[in-house]
Ligand binder design. Structure first.
Ligand SMILES: Cc1ncc(C[n+]2csc(CCOP(=O)(O)OP(=O)(O)O)c2C)c(N)n1
Length: 319
């Protein structure tokens, strides 16, 4: 099977991690009102390399920053969205942070009521099929969301109609403070796939190449018209659910430390060093380059004009 561009994959994973750190600091400084951490989920980005942007569609989970940076989201757009500026192409600052959306790049907004966007993704896949396009839709959601009825209806309908869609559950073991065992009586979300008549695969989310390979198979199956698959990516989030959460109340420092030992960014850096296509000097240079990209993007977004009070109801009510 073909390999993804390993250095591009590492670049988007590292960039996502560094943007995430900056956003967390800005939030703690009172300069960004809401942060949605992605640290720990970067290995999921392997899937973006199995798709053809912008022919395919992504209806992402909100922790998919690294994948979306490959799909065309830019650092500037991230910070414009963070500061809710009218120049934000995602929603002109109307949506909460991390509701990524760019119709030209085929990135569709997730839905705040979790996980309504999976039914929207099924609609996109149905439209592709009716139009005879060769597009595949990628639909991302969390383990907590997998317990909702929308997922059952979406997977059932998509499988009956053999829609070109891949369902991807990012299982980080918690729905905010609720652990997996209080959400479901199965060990793997992927075990449910057989009940819908589709393949279900469990993947190690700390290995973006494993994610890539499993994603390629599911995308190819969807493109051949054979219908959907369910991929469950076992992952972990290193920071609280959002900046409004205190994770010390429901998980131990020991658990966090043990999971941090399997940091997907660190592990993947070791892989490319082992492949002899990377070394410390390149790593330091890339970090400096990305730091500058983030500084510039933040400065650009901060300097971008704020919304005018008289626009408070623009695009909210019909005029
Ligand atoms: C219908 C609905 N109920 C509750 C919420 C509040 N909420 C936002 S995210 C979330 C947890 C989702 O957990 P999971 O799907 O596992 O994703 P994770 O945040 O762990 O990546 C909840 C309960 C919501 N957005 N929508």
């Amino acid at each position: 099977m073909a390999q993804p561009d390993l250095l591009e994959l590492y670049r988007v994973m590292l960039l996502a991690r560094m943007i995430d750190e900056r956003i967390w600091f800005l939030n703690r400084q009172g300069r960004a009102h809401f942060a949605v951490p992605v640290a720990g989920h970067e290995g999921v980005a392997g899937y973006a390399f199995a798709l053809n942007p912008p022919q395919d569609y992504v209806v992402p989970h909100y922790r998919d920053l690294a994948a979306l940076l490959h799909f065309g989201l830019t650092s500037q757009e991230v910070f414009l969205n963070l500061f809710a500026k009218p120049a934000d192409p995602n929603s002109a600052g109307r949506q909460m942070f991390a509701h990524w959306s760019n119709p030209q790049k085929h990135i569709l907004s997730l839905s705040s009521p979790q996980p309504n966007h999976i039914t929207h993704a099924v609609g996109v896949a149905l439209a592709s099929k009716i139009r005879g396009e060769k597009s595949v839709t990628w639909a991302g959601f969390g383990d907590g969301s997998s317990s909702k009825g929308d997922i059952h209806e979406s997977m059932n309908f998509a499988s009956i109609h053999k829609l070109p869609i891949v369902f991807c559950c990012e299982n980080n073991r918690y729905a905010i403070s609720v652990p997996q065992e209080k959400q479901m009586a199965v060990q793997n979300v992927a075990d449910r796939a057989s009940g819908y008549g589709m393949p279900g695969v469990v993947v190690n989310g700390n290995d973006p190449l494993e994610v890539y390979q499993v994603a390629c198979k599911a995308v190819e199956r969807a493109r051949r018209g054979e219908g959907p698959s369910l991929i469950e990516i076992k992952t972990y989030r290193f920071l609280p659910h959002t900046s409004n959460d205190d994770d010390k109340r429901y998980r131990s420092p020991e658990e966090l430390l043990a999971e941090r030992a399997n940091d997907p960014v660190t592990l993947f850096r070791e892989v490319i060093i082992h492949e002899k296509i990377w070394d410390d000097a390149h790593d330091q240079a890339l970090k400096r380059e990305l730091q500058k990209e983030i500084d510039d993007a933040q400065a650009f977004a901060e300097a971008s004009p704020a919304a005018e009070p008289e626009d408070a109801f623009t695009n909210v009510y019909a005029s």
